[in-house]
Design a protein around this ligand. Structure first.
Ligand code: SUG
Length: 451
């Protein structure tokens, strides 16, 4: 048994952050479709949240944005010419593909990968499977570059196993850590791995919105990671129908505590019994369940109470819940947080962070981060250039001021000048994060970069 701490790796929000309505079943994404975004405010909000977590004493890493607009993707669809021409033609002839190619969706790092800490893995390494994200076109374009970023951050194969994504087919649809909760007595001790799925691979699906994760994807990840004590649970069908596109919209857990909405699971009693059985001999799980009477599902989803970060602040005995400001503004959700703190339960403190730009696409504080439980030796082996320090925060803030627009509409995404701007930003960023000059496709193929 070793001591370990829970680090966070957040997706740095990219310069094409926009509201394109690309995710059916994600109500915020649909509601805000076509609104102007503010990429500069977005990236600064994300950085501020990272800084807060750093200041609370948790190691904080950065996952760089992907190259967008994604010209190689558009070329694969037959659009030809200079990069600027490819972009212009795609926007003219294939609007939905062009919009997908411009999405800054890799910011939501909870969907980057499923993570198995070394304490749970059969071979004692820290495992990552990048999520194939096949349910939504724009997100299916992420996993290869995500893998590259994870390999840059976790470079030593003796300690870290960064797998390929599962085969990108609907039968193995995988959305990463957003559907995974690890419970344990202490981070460095073996834990219980709760993996939540929405449908079975061959099940006819008739829900109003897609179920994004299959049971078979969860099983494959458990097998390849050698993950101990798995518990597989079915997402509530009513929850999906109400707009719960990932389980982390209605459930979050940390250490021995699972905090969730009554409708999160199809069969809550079985989930609890299975977790208790899997935890037997390790710890006694604590279930903090919020009823639909206290908090209707619609309020849970619009206020994102459960899409909060549940963290152990070093030196504190009770957990802290880091919620979006929207939780504070919803009277019912706020009342739940007040009751949590006033009770003698496991959650002793609630903080609020402003990530409004991301929230308007359905991405709360928990969506923006990938949790990685790490031993001291693993922390020492991670790439220090990708770890947030106050100095790096200041540099990245200034970088955002130099390169990001403060307003972006769908029409702006077709602007060839944006292509140059984003490449300039990413080129500069590879220097700031020590990523080397072949990290992005446009850097590996400079001829193609001439717009
Ligand atoms: O996959 N939104 C993301 C939000 C992901 C939130 N992540 C977690 N819950 N862990 C999604 O639906 C919207 C993009 C747009 O519409 O422009 C989007 O992709």
């Amino acid at each position: 048994m070793s001591t370990a701490i829970e680090a966070n790796a957040d997706g740095l929000i990219g310069p094409t952050h926009s509201y394109a309505g690309l995710s059916p079943g994600n109500l915020a994404s649909s509601l805000n479709k076509g609104e102007a975004s503010n990429p500069r405010a977005a990236v600064k909000q994300g950085l501020q949240k990272m800084r807060r977590l750093h200041d609370l004493g948790l190691p904080q890493f950065i996952l760089p944005p992907h190259e967008r607009p994604n010209i190689p993707f558009l070329r694969s669809l037959g659009f030809a010419g200079t990069d600027g021409e490819v972009l212009a033609r795609a926007w003219k002839e294939a609007l939905s593909f062009a919009a997908a190619a411009c999405s800054a969706s890799p910011m939501w790092a909870a969907n980057a990968a499923t993570v198995t800490p070394s304490a749970d893995a059969a071979d004692g390494r820290l495992h990552f499977t990048p999520a194939n994200l096949v349910t939504n076109l724009h997100r299916s374009l992420e996993h290869a570059q995500t893998r590259r970023a994870l390999q840059a951050l976790f470079p030593d194969p003796r300690r870290f196993a960064v797998h390929e994504a599962l085969p990108p087919v609907a039968h193995l649809a995988d959305e990463g850590a957003a559907n995974h909760v690890r419970l344990c007595a202490a981070h460095g001790e073996p834990g219980v791995n709760l993996l939540v799925w929405g449908r079975e691979a061959w099940e006819p699906w008739d829900g109003p919105y897609p179920a994004r994760q299959t049971r078979e994807a969860c099983e494959a990840i458990v097998r390849r990671h050698g993950a101990g004590r798995p518990v597989l649970a079915r997402q509530g069908k009513a929850a999906i129908a109400g707009g719960t596109f990932h389980n982390d919209v209605v459930c979050v857990g940390a250490l021995d505590t699972l905090f969730f909405h009554e409708l999160a699971f199809e069969d809550t009693d079985t989930v609890k019994a299975d977790i208790r059985a899997a935890a037997d001999g390790l710890f006694e799980p604590l279930f903090v369940e919020v009823s639909a009477e206290d908090l209707p599902l619609a309020d849970a989803i619009s206020s994102y109470l459960f899409n909060s970060m549940l963290i152990q602040v070093p030196g504190e005995s009770r957990l802290t819940l880091v919620c979006p400001t929207e939780t504070q503004e919803n009277p019912r959700s706020r009342a739940v947080t007040e009751r949590l703190v006033a009770s003698n339960g496991p959650i002793g403190r609630v903080e609020f962070v402003d990530v409004r730009q991301s929230m308007r696409n359905g991405g709360g504080p928990a969506c923006l981060r990938l949790r990685v439980v790490m031993t001291e030796a693993e922390l020492a082996a991670a790439n220090p250039a990708m770890r947030l320090t106050p100095e790096l925060h200041t540099r990245l803030d200034a970088w955002a001021d130099r390169h990001y627009r403060d307003t972006l509409t769908a029409a702006d995404l077709a602007d060839p000048a944006l292509l140059e701007e984003t490449r300039g930003a990413l080129d500069d960023l590879t220097g700031l994060l020590g990523l080397g000059s072949g990290f992005y496709p446009f850097q590996r193929d400079p001829a193609a970069a001439l717009a």
